[in-house]
Design a protein around this ligand. Structure first.
Ligand code: GLN
Length: 283
């Protein structure tokens, strides 16, 4: 089949189901599958695509029509300008999380050791190290499936020795050295349970619930982290959390332990209060 015909068939599949950004979606699928840069596809309309490839590409379009996230279909998501391998069982990196990386890089320029709690694909921790060569640290997650993606990504960037992965669901049982870290960053599950039903089906039916559902008020995991994490921080160390917004920020400020002092609030591209940072002080 000619590329132009394959493209129109795929577009038909996506348009029928009202998939947003259908042109972008199909071009990304074509570009990844055929190994042709997206901008160059336009010049290859007459290219003959082998049947086997066409079948694969059409089935990818059908998957997207069933609301499977595009990143899972192509097996990749971009974060901070770099590709990360993702698939079922790990949260897809979100652009607003890049702001947390930026803030931690800015707030901790002298840091050498850190942890990325609830690391998922590993995108936060790995990006931190790629942006600051002096850093090494831990990626911690409670999901073995998610950690498999983090392992792949650490390998992809040759960071196996600088980014150690730990399976842990309770920081009080984690044997990282006390007072050994300059900062800890976390993007835990923070969506209140009753809001899960209302999420886009792409997210709700495909991304891991354990990476999204933060319990009744969305703060269950923060409570666990607030009680378990400060002991790993040096005095003056920074804790940075991604959060759901202003209401949740108020809740978190009311349960934060005494030895953490609020440092900064970061708003995302939609004006939502998306990240909070705290500094550990001596009591
Ligand atoms: N920001 C994600 C979403 O809106 C949620 C990520 C999380 O719970 N940490 O789907």
């Amino acid at each position: 089949m000619k590329l132009s015909d394959l493209r129109s068939q795929c577009l038909g599949i996506l348009l029928k189901e009202g998939i947003e950004r259908p042109y972008y979606t199909i071009d990304l699928i074509l570009s990844k599958t055929l190994g042709i840069e997206r901008a160059l596809l336009i010049a290859k309309d007459d290219m003959e695509i082998p049947t086997q490839k066409c079948v694969g590409i059409l089935s990818m379009a059908e998957k997207r029509a069933r609301r499977i996230p595009l990143s899972y279909i192509i097996g990749e998501a971009e974060f901070y300008g770099r590709p990360f391998e993702v698939g079922e069982g790990c949260l897809i990196p979100r652009p607003e999380t890049e702001l947390l990386v930026e803030e931690m890089l800015r707030a901790c320029p002298e840091a050498s050791r850190f942890a990325d709690w609830c690391t998922g694909s590993g995108c936060i921790g790995i990006t931190m190290i790629l942006e600051n060569d002096d850093l090494s640290g831990y990626g911690v997650d409670s999901s073995e499936t998610a950690l498999r993606w983090a392992v792949l990504n650490a390998k992809k960037y040759n960071l196996e020795s600088k980014f150690k992965l730990i399976l842990n669901s309770d920081p009080s049982l984690c044997n990282i050295g006390h007072e050994s870290l300059d900062f800890i960053v976390a993007n835990p599950p923070y969506i209140p349970s009753h809001e899960i039903e209302g999420l886009m089906p792409d997210v709700r039916d495909n991304e891991p619930l354990e990476a999204l559902d933060g319990g009744e008020e969305g703060i269950d995991v923060y409570s666990l982290l607030f009680s378990g994490l400060p002991k790993f921080l040096k005095t003056g160390g920074i804790l940075g959390f991604e959060i759901a917004g202003d209401e949740q920020a108020k809740l978190l400020m009311s349960i934060a332990p005494q030895d953490l002092v609020l440092m900064n609030k970061i708003f995302d591209y939609n004006g939502i209060l998306r990240h909070l940072t705290w500094k550990k002080t001596v009591q």
